[in-house]
Unconditional design. Structure first.
Length: 232
């Protein structure tokens, strides 16, 4: 067990590329899912159904959750690696909650400031999102915290370094894709996503606690998108 943990942590302990003996097909499939599945689903649906409706949102969420489930199967069955290899189960639950709250506060300050300065939140995309039922918005917020951290932080960072990239590119590539994935909300949304993604990435590199990242990400989105409706 100790040897296994040391091997998992070594992915993020050096800036030098680590050239693996062999990269499994499962890992390549997992990287494609983690980096591009959400983009393919979101913009593939937009291509065929331009208008965001209740049914559109339900279908998108179902496909994204299915992709996340497929990635977990790849980790356990295809790669035969523990979930600790992507930062799950690396800390006690109360520690994850504490750092999740810290992440939420830091992210809320930065994201809130950028949203205020850029005037983000008043475009047609925001109007379509806000028109959805509150319970569905809550589900989307929960999914964003869990799946986006699973894809862009836990899996992508770890596996990009595993296949031979140094820390810089293993961190930069998912962050860029994560930010560009918010282009439908305009430049302001991409800037906010970049800032939030950088904070979440920094905490993951520091703590390697994906559960804390999920909690922090989910709380920020909940406060921004659900609480105002509850108290309106």
């Amino acid at each position: 067990m100790e040897t296994e943990n040391i091997g998992e942590q070594s992915f993020l302990m050096t800036d030098e590329p680590v050239v693996p003996a062999k990269v499994s097909r499962a890992t390549w499939v997992g990287l494609f899912l983690s980096l591009f599945a959400m983009l393919v689903i979101r913009y593939g649906l937009v291509l065929f159904i331009p208008e965001i409706t209740f049914g559109w949102a339900i279908l998108k969420e179902a496909l994204i959750w299915a992709s996340a489930a497929a990635l977990l199967v790849i980790i356990r069955r295809g790669e035969r690696l523990p979930l600790r290899s992507i930062g799950l189960g690396t800390a006690r639950w109360w520690i994850s909650i504490f750092w999740g709250l810290v992440i939420a506060v830091v992210s809320a300050v930065v994201v809130g400031g950028l949203a205020y300065l850029t005037g983000y939140g008043h475009g047609p995309g925001s109007a379509a999102f806000e028109a959805l039922p509150l319970w569905l918005i809550t589900v989307i917020v929960f999914r964003a915290g869990v799946v986006e951290e699973l894809f862009y932080r836990g899996y992508a960072i770890e596996r990009l370094q595993m296949i031979g990239l140094g820390r810089f590119w293993s961190v930069t590539i998912p962050l860029i894709i994560f930010s560009l994935g918010h282009w439908s909300g305009g430049a302001a949304n991409m800037l906010i996503a970049l800032a939030a993604g950088a904070i979440l990435t920094g905490f993951y590199l520091w703590r390697r606690d994906l559960v804390a990242n999920m909690i922090g990400h989910g709380l920020v989105d909940f406060v921004a998108n659900v609480l105002p409706k509850l108290f309106s």
